[in-house]
Design a protein around this ligand. Structure first.
Ligand code: IPM
Ligand code: MG
Length: 365
């Protein structure tokens, strides 16, 4: 019997449904081309779920996710909440609760430069030489999940960065293991000169380091890391950091890769994993067919590899994206003045090109 892989798709909000649809089609194309069976089930999350049920993460969604082999997410967020800091129910809560409920403590965000997009980056080509970074962002602790409240009649607010040694250790181990199999350089990013939670973080990294003698460990303050990332990004191999620091640094790092529209991510723990683009719901371009689906498509490559162990298929997706870029096709976020009108394409056209390339590669193999 052929093994069935069950995938829950959470389209979410804004451009989420447009990009998630192409993620799903790419997985289907891989299934057809390589003889795998993928089963899809769609569920609500974010603003879409609030509208339908009042809850950004309905019980039914969580149950389906728990029973799945992998989860593909589009994006969550809606402008309606941006200027309403008093809103008690928010789309982002759906995603945060999902990460926490599934124990997805490690968020992997690879920063890879596609040669073709060097021009799209705001950095000089020579600075981009050899850049290949893998971020391990802690995802279920820290400032995002520490005690948070309003006090004194609403006039004072407190958010807390809280970590246990166990929480730091489990993500640090993942980062060390990964560094061991890469260029063997690990940067641990913290703010240990100011924050107690960061001093604990640093202590754990120091405790683990002797078990990985082949890995060169550097401790770096987050403010310096923000600067070093654009000054000399090639010095980084694996970076491990706190939740909020990782959120900020990976958006910054996306500009090294040319666009936030190119960055995939995988959120993993001990069970089912969640695969999603790093970008948000981009309400300004939602529903217009302009969104870049490549970050979601590259997230399916991470899914094929990490969730299903399908390395060849994962590479086939990355190679297909590579070729589409090589042929010059660009969505608006990665186009520049050298992109001819005929190569400026929308979500559907570039998504279809990727699928054509996947199918072509198999047919000539
Ligand atoms: C991300 C996003 C989320 C985060 C939001 C949508 C809650 O910015 O995945 O980086 O802050 O983690
Ligand atoms: Mg973010």
């Amino acid at each position: 019997m052929i093994e069935k892989h069950k995938i829950v798709v959470l389209p979410g909000d804004g451009i989420g449904p447009e990009v998630a649809a192409w993620g799903k089609r790419v997985i289907q194309a891989i299934g057809e081309s390589y003889g795998h069976v993928f089963e899809f089930e769609e569920q609500l999350i974010g603003h879409a779920a609030i509208e339908a049920t009042g809850n950004p993460l309905p019980e039914e969604t969580l149950e389906a996710c728990c029973a799945a082999d992998a989860i593909l997410l589009g994006a969550v967020g809606h402008p309606k909440y941006d200027n309403d800091p008093t809103a008690k129910v928010r789309p982002e809560q759906g995603l945060l609760k999902l990460r926490k409920s599934l124990g997805l403590y490690a968020n992997l965000r690879p920063i890879r430069i596609f040669d073709e997009l060097v021009q799209a980056s705001s950095l000089k080509p020579e600075v981009l030489q050899g850049v290949d970074i893998l971020f391990f962002r802690e995802l279920t602790g820290g400032l995002y999940f520490g005690p948070s409240e309003r006090k004194e009649n609403g006039n004072v607010a407190v958010s807390t960065m809280i970590y246990s040694k166990d929480e730091v250790r489990r993500i640090a181990i993942k980062a060390f293991e990964s560094a061991k199999n890469r260029r063997k350089v690990l940067h641990s990013v913290d703010k240990a000169n100011v924050l107690e939670a960061s001093r604990l973080w640093r202590e754990v990294i120091q405790e683990l380091a002797p078990q990985y003698p082949e890995v060169q460990v550097h401790h770096m303050y987050v403010d310096n890391a923000a600067m070093q990332l654009i000054k000399c990004p090639a010095q980084f191999d694996v970076v491990v950091t706190e939740n909020m620091f990782g959120d900020i640094l990976t958006d910054e790092a996306s500009q090294i890769a040319g666009s936030l529209g190119m960055l995939p991510s995988a959120s993993v723990g001990d069970g089912v994993g969640l695969y999603e683009p790093v970008h948000g719901s981009a309400p300004d371009i939602a529903g217009q067919g302009l969104a870049n689906p490549l970050a979601t498509i590259l997230s399916t490559a991470l899914m094929l590899d990490i969730a299903f162990g399908l390395k060849r298929e994962s590479q086939a997706v990355i190679d297909a994206v590579d070729r589409v870029l090589k042929y010059g096709y660009r969505t608006a976020d990665i186009a520049d003045e050298n992109t001819p009108a005929g190569k400026r394409v929308g979500t559907d056209a570039i998504g279809q090109k990727v699928i054509n390339e996947i199918e072509l590669a198999v047919s000539i193999a």
